[in-house]
Write a protein that binds this ligand. Structure first.
Ligand SMILES: *Cc1c(COP(=O)(O)O)cnc(C)c1O
Length: 401
């Protein structure tokens, strides 16, 4: 032990905030609507096991992940609520699906073929949700194909068809026309299933944005991740739900010095000091997830314009470019390019900093390395500590920060 005291960067997770957000989600749905907590991608950076555990304790009906391996990790940690795997799986994953009692999504014929090969004598049926393609263009049967797929599943001894769902592409937009058209296609599939005698399926289509703004689509279950973990699918949704942030990336100052005017900072001489500058080095870099943004083709002309204008505004100092770093004593800005594990911060306006001072750095959560230590707080106390993939729950001996 003692490792906790030695970490120079860590993610702090407030499990009470997750509980609070879960209750906010509960308030949005009727009592009979089930809630599926999405804990894919390591629970959006919180850590899937601890996030899954707290949601299970709160009584969540189901958890969702993308991959079989993610579901297996939760089972190995002792989580026993139903787990729905959203993504397609490969034949060699059938063993883990059975052993870990995972519910799978079938959205194409290959999945049916894999299920056909399930050994007859397994002691519990594999639960299946059918996925319907309604406009996301990823996975799913066409609405006109679902009844045939459902009948085929019904004919398999080791399989139980439990649900049917689809996924919305634009629920976070103000403009709801496309979401409505997806819902109409989904309804076609639901109606056809019902007419064919499949009456007790769990039907679901809502993600976080739809939970808030499309209550007519709640059906039997909603699938939420973003709001559970304290983020809003879109800024205009801030008023509709009072969420708490459970996730903070913290790092420490490992060096402090003053640079003269005109001194280069970092790789490629990307920054030069204008004045005498107080510079802190923080124990964080791009290998930890700092400043990694995907470059995508602009989605439209306005998006293109915004992207082109941003550097101009930044050059004119109208829009601040640099990554902020928040200290208890004040706010600094990253200068130069982030290094792999060490990054320079202008702290000229932050009084009283010392080597070892803590800072909070806002970054994209899912970009932060899973190897970064996670410290879990509950009721204001350290509850557990994850280093790499190993969780230590024995609170004794965990040095407070
Ligand atoms: C990620 C995901 C969700 C959750 O979406 P949020 O907007 O984060 O709530 C729901 N369903 C599926 C299939 C997903 O992949």
């Amino acid at each position: 032990m003692g490792l906790l005291a030695k970490t120079k960067s860590r993610v702090e997770i407030d499990l009470d905030a997750v509980k609070h957000n879960y209750r906010e989600v509960q308030k949005k749905v009727k009592a009979e609507v089930k809630i599926l907590g999405v804990v894919k991608a390591d629970a959006y950076g919180l850590g899937a096991v601890e996030a899954g555990r707290v949601l299970e304790r709160e009584g969540i009906e189901m958890l969702g992940v993308t991959n079989v391996a993610e579901g297996k990790e939760l089972r190995e940690a002792g989580i026993s609520v139903p787990i729905l795997v959203f993504g397609p799986f490969l034949q060699e994953e059938m063993r883990d699906i059975i052993d870990s009692n995972l519910t799978v999504t079938i959205g194409a014929r290959e999945g049916l073929v894999f299920l056909r090969q399930v050994p007859a004598g397994i002691n519990r049926k594999i639960k299946v949700h059918l996925k319907v393609e309604t406009g996301f263009g990823r996975t799913g049967f066409w609405p006109g194909e679902v009844v045939e797929a459902a009948c085929e599943l019904k004919s398999m001894a080791g399989v139980e068809l439990e649900g049917v769902y689809s996924h919305l592409a634009t629920a976070m937009w103000r403009e709801k026309g496309y979401a409505q058209s997806q819902f109409r296609l989904f309804k076609e599939a639901m109606d056809a299933l019902e007419a064919a005698g499949f009456r007790d399926l769990i039907r679901h289509i809502c993600n976080s944005a739809a939970l808030i703004e499309l209550p007519n689509m709640h059906l039997d279950m909603v699938r939420v991740g973003t709001v559970l973990f304290g983020q809003y699918p879109n800024a205009h949704l801030r008023e509709s739900l009072s969420l708490r942030n459970p996730w903070t990336l913290k790092t420490r100052v490992v060096s402090l010095r003053e640079l003269p005017p005109g001194h280069n900072v970092g790789y490629s001489k990307a920054y030069k000091t204008k004045h005498k500058t107080k510079v802190a080095v923080i124990s964080l870099g791009f290998a930890d997830g700092l400043q990694v943004e995907p470059m995508l083709k602009p989605s439209g002309f306005m998006e293109l314009l915004k992207r082109m204008l941003k550097p101009l505004l930044q050059y004119l100092d109208i829009k601040r470019a640099a990554q902020p770093v928040f200290f208890e004593e004040g706010e600094g800005r990253v200068i130069g390019k982030a290094g792999m594990q060490l990054t320079m911060v202008d702290v000229s306006n932050v009084p009283g900093l010392k080597i070892g001072s803590w800072a909070t750095v806002p970054v994209r959560r899912t970009a932060v390395s899973p190897l970064m230590p996670r410290v879990y707080f509950e009721n204001g106390e350290i509850k557990s500590f994850r280093e790499g993939r190993i969780i230590t729950t024995e609170a004794k001996g965990l040095a407070a920060k």
